[in-house]
Ligand binder design. Structure first.
Ligand code: PSU
Ligand code: MN
Length: 310
């Protein structure tokens, strides 16, 4: 597997050659999504959760212009602490690679790199989407376009209500992205299990999702799939509490004139501050849960393919 610009760890390389289940992880959540040192603890722990389920984790980032598929613990520590890491989405990818810079990949860029590497599953916390006040700002995350065109299954806990969730769902419908509630009929809102937005599709077991993914592939349907996996009951936050915090953060961002790619990182950091880190605990727990479920889905698809080839 020699692909230009891509460098695999031996563990990930061998797993892909053996067609064993591999799960990608993003790095913007480490560099721009959580404070140090919880970010590096999270990055290490999700890897061990994925291994415990029988899959191989592959955290993705760009180090000195190389797209790394799988990172060593020292790389995770570096990304967690470094101050000048570029947030890399689709727009930024070629420039950061060409100029040999170091960058952390968003959901969109991680999907692109996972696809290049031949990885079909990707676990994260929450995706970007249509921002509230979209009518004024036209702020729509590149994550949604990517889900429309890149064949990777993304496991998340829905999206934070820093976003306009009904419009985010409309956008995904337009792009033909299946959004599957995992053991739920409702789009989860990251910190809470419910959002009031109903989903058309619900699946309850890894095998059911695996059969769906195999069918999608056989039909030649392009684009990604979003698995919406709600935060475990015992870790969810009170909805009115978190909604008021988020509204205050959005107001502060507007007051300060935050725009473009800074909006999401600003809001994420501000919410952690305002909740005195209560939100951070919930964030960690939902990512761990996503890692477990994502690995189970990857194992189920590998098992299904193995059975079908017998
Ligand atoms: N939402 C979160 N945590 C995150 C992000 C979003 O709850 O860490 C990060 C992800 O990397 C996502 C990116 O892909 O922010 C979206 O940024 P933007 O809205 O600028 O597209
Ligand atoms: Mn944006």
């Amino acid at each position: 597997m020699t692909k230009p610009f891509l460098r695999f760890t031996p563990e990930v390389h061998q797993a892909l050659l053996d067609r064993r289940p591999v799960v990608a992880l993003e790095s913007t959540i480490i560099s721009h999504g959580m404070p140090y040192p919880q970010n590096v603890e999270m990055a290490n722990k999700v890897e061990s959760i994925i291994r415990a389920q029988g899959a191989v984790p592959a955290t993705i980032a760009i180090l000195d212009g190389e797209i790394r598929i799988g990172l060593e613990p020292k790389d995770l520590e570096f990304l967690a602490q470094a101050k000048d890491v570029v947030k890399v989405s689709r727009r930024d990818l070629a420039a950061v690679v060409a100029s040999k810079k170091t960058g952390a990949t968003t959901v969109a860029a991680t999907m692109i790199c996972a696809k290049l590497a031949g990885i079909e599953f990707f676990v994260t916390g929450g995706i970007g989407g249509v921002h509230r006040g979209y009518e004024e700002t036209l702020d729509v995350s590149a994550d949604l376009e990517e889900l429309g065109m890149t064949e990777v299954t993304v496991i998340c806990a829905g999206a934070k209500s820093i976003l306009d969730l009904p419009r985010t769902m409309e956008y995904l419908e337009t792009k033909g992205v299946p959004v599957i509630g995992y053991k739920t009929q409702e789009l989860p809102a990251f910190f809470t299990r419910s959002s009031g937005v109903k989903l058309e599709m619900r699946m309850d077991t890894p095998e059911e999702v695996a059969r769906f993914l195999a069918t999608k592939g056989s039909l030649g349907l392009k684009g990604g799939v979003l698995i919406a996996n709600p935060i475990p009951e015992e870790h969810q936050l009170d909805r009115s509490f978190i909604d008021s915090v988020i509204s205050a953060s959005i107001a502060e961002a507007a007051e300060k004139g935050i725009a473009g790619k800074e909006v999401t990182p600003f809001l994420l950091g501000n919410i952690v501050k305002r909740t005195e880190r209560k939100s951070l605990q919930a964030n960690l727990q939902l990512v761990y849960h996503n890692a477990k479920v994502g690995a189970q889905l990857a194992v189920a698809l590998a098992t299904l393919r193995h059975q079908q080839s017998l």
